[in-house]
Design a protein around this ligand. Structure first.
Ligand code: GLC
Length: 576
């Protein structure tokens, strides 16, 4: 028998240390890099189902400066300031620096302090650092995927934190999700595009190794194999909001971030057979992530697409790669704004024109460009359309229009200035005159109207959550309050937001911050709604903070671009 050499235990520990270091280095190497190197750094753990692991990320974070000290702006009331003054586009402005606790003037408000407390309970940490918020913290029902950090759900949380001077969690989130984007994404042996951002991610704790990892979902498990088209857009929009609000350009200027933006855009700007300047999308690829008439060219995605393109223009450096993208973005923005403002826009005049359309026209001079059959106009739209007002309809495609109202798309159209100033005020006019239908007793309807009788079964694939006036089928979602408030401030109508916030305030906290409400007026707590739904809480806080200090609007709104002013005016409600 060989005698144990004296140095054996030491060698054993040295080898163990080497192995651990090697494993650690392998994982560290996962940071996104440019061009060809990117593929070497992708990580696929399994072929059939995708589980991605992020093992070490602190390298990204240490590259960045700590937040710099900031000065607190003197507040003026909203009416004293114009939007351009509020948004100060182009020059990022630092905001107030209340770290870790809500601003003093909010503490006395019981609903606000309840909201902050509940929001903080949803914060997710990864290796000691805050990286996001859970979709909901409701232990009374099955968690399903609500225990994950959703990209879209985190946006209102991020805005609340930014408005409160808490930047770290937002920076960490942006960098963590960027890491996830750089991984190889395989669903059923099919490789998704490089730029795809996850729908959500989850931090897993291994109690044996006492080690944390992150798994991401690109739509392959949580939401019926629909890759989220909106995640990449929200990521770009949030990156601009972070940069604008903190004045910290070091994150967006990182080569990894610049590359991340380009990868997202590459997916959306690529040319194919499609002649539409809008973006062709899969069913249920956004907030309405189920079959619910979200197909083809949904307004929700087109508006986010437009906003993300405009944010990317601000964020992209004009180096060699950047220049080419700037050209592609500008061209697309022109085509997209023309298309949306002309074909998606509906007001009384336009409705009347469609009602009298000739069909089967053949020639370049055709008026009925999409060959819409007047008989396909639904009855409700004639009652719904006020004399003053208008909106962007749900979807446009040959002979097939979805005339429904969608809240998120219309609000984002206002915020991004996809809507001309006249269209933006027409949308606000519509909300005012159709208050009962769109706001009712709980802001706001995700879409209007609901599909009734058997129609919902056909359109939703029989998802029982989508019975009429529930969930995605005409349910009322408190999260939309922040979008409405931002749109109200941008159009100079803060009193509309005030009314809506008062309605929500009376019930939200008492009801335990539900995910959605049901019924024509939103009087009932959603049949299957989660409680303590984080974006209901954060949406309320953002709305409150924006009304209190409208200069916050600048981080989430863009002024009209002179170059995109419409040359052709099509309809009465957007001529001045
Ligand atoms: C539902 C919503 C989706 C949201 C998710 C988590 O699936 O449709 O928009 O991201 O819940 O809250």
């Amino acid at each position: 028998m060989l005698a144990s050499p004296p140095g054996r235990p030491a060698i054993f520990f040295l080898s163990l240390a080497f192995l651990l270091r090697f494993w650690d280095r392998e994982s560290k190497d996962m940071s996104p890099v440019h061009g060809d190197h990117a593929s070497q750094n992708r990580n696929t753990r399994t072929q059939e189902t995708v589980v991605f692991e992020i093992v070490e990320d602190s390298d990204f974070l240490t590259l960045l400066d700590r937040p710099r000290p900031v000065s607190v702006e003197k507040k003026r009331s909203f009416d004293e300031r114009s939007f351009s003054e509020l948004s100060n586009i182009g020059s990022p402005c630092r905001r107030s620096s209340f770290l870790g606790s809500p601003r003093l003037n909010y503490e006395s408000h019981p609903v606000v302090s309840d909201a902050w407390e509940t929001l903080r309970r949803s914060v997710v940490h990864f290796r000691g650092q805050p990286v996001g918020t859970l979709a909901a913290v409701d232990h009374s029902v099955e968690e399903l995927n609500y225990d994950q950090v959703f990209v879209r759900d985190f946006v209102p949380s991020a805005l609340a934190f930014l408005m409160n001077g808490e930047e770290e969690i937002v920076k960490n989130f942006l960098l963590k999700t960027l890491r996830l984007q750089s991984l190889e994404k395989i669903v059923d042996r099919f490789k998704l595009g490089e730029g795809v951002m996850p729908a959500s991610f989850k931090v897993l704790h291994d109690p044996v190794r006492n080690f944390e990892t992150i798994t991401a979902d690109f739509g392959e498990s949580a939401i019926g194999r629909v890759a989220p088209v909106d995640s990449g857009f929200w990521w770009i929009i949030l990156l601009r909001a972070y940069t604008k609000s903190t004045g910290d350009t070091s994150v967006s200027e990182m080569p990894e971030c610049q590359n991340g933006i380009r990868l997202i855009l590459d997916l959306c700007l690529s040319e194919g057979f499609d002649t539409f300047p809008t973006l062709l999308c899969a069913d249920g690829c956004c907030m309405i992530d189920r079959r619910m008439g979200v197909y083809g060219y949904p307004i929700e995605i087109q508006a986010l697409f437009f906003m993300a393109l405009r944010c990317a223009l601000v964020l992209l450096k004009q180096d060699n790669c950047g220049k080419e993208f700037v050209k592609r973005i500008t061209d697309r923005l022109h085509a997209l704004s023309y298309h949306m403002r002309s074909y998606f826009w509906l007001d009384l005049k336009q409705l009347n024109d469609i009602y009298r359309y000739k069909t089967e026209e053949y020639s370049h001079t055709a008026v009925n460009k999409f060959n819409v059959m007047p008989d396909s106009l639904p009855d409700w739209v004639f009652d719904f359309m006020p004399s003053r007002g208008g909106y962007f309809i749900g979807n446009v495609s040959p002979a097939r229009m979805d005339f429904r109202w969608f809240c998120l798309g219309n609000c984002v159209a206002i915020l991004s200035s996809l809507a001309t100033p006249e269209q933006a005020s027409a949308i606000m006019d519509l909300i005012e005159s159709r208050w009962e239908e769109l706001v009712g007793e709980m802001p706001l309807k995700i879409c209007y109207p609901a599909f009734e009788s058997h129609e919902w079964r056909i359109v939703t694939g029989c998802d029982p959550k989508n019975t009429r006036w529930s969930y995605h089928n005409g349910g009322s979602w408190p999260v939309l309050l922040w979008l409405l408030t931002a749109a109200c401030i941008k159009t100079g109508r803060p009193q509309i937001a005030r009314r809506a916030i008062e309605l929500a305030e009376n019930r939200l906290s008492k009801d335990g911050w539900p995910e959605y409400y049901d019924g024509k007026l939103g009087r009932f707590m959603g049949k299957q709604a989660r409680k303590y739904q984080t974006w209901s809480i954060a949406g309320y806080l953002v709305a409150k903070m924006m009304l209190e200090d409208p200069s916050h609007l600048g981080m989430i709104a863009l002024e009209e671009d002179e170059q995109m002013k419409p040359l052709v005016k099509r309809s009465a409600s957007w001529t001045s």
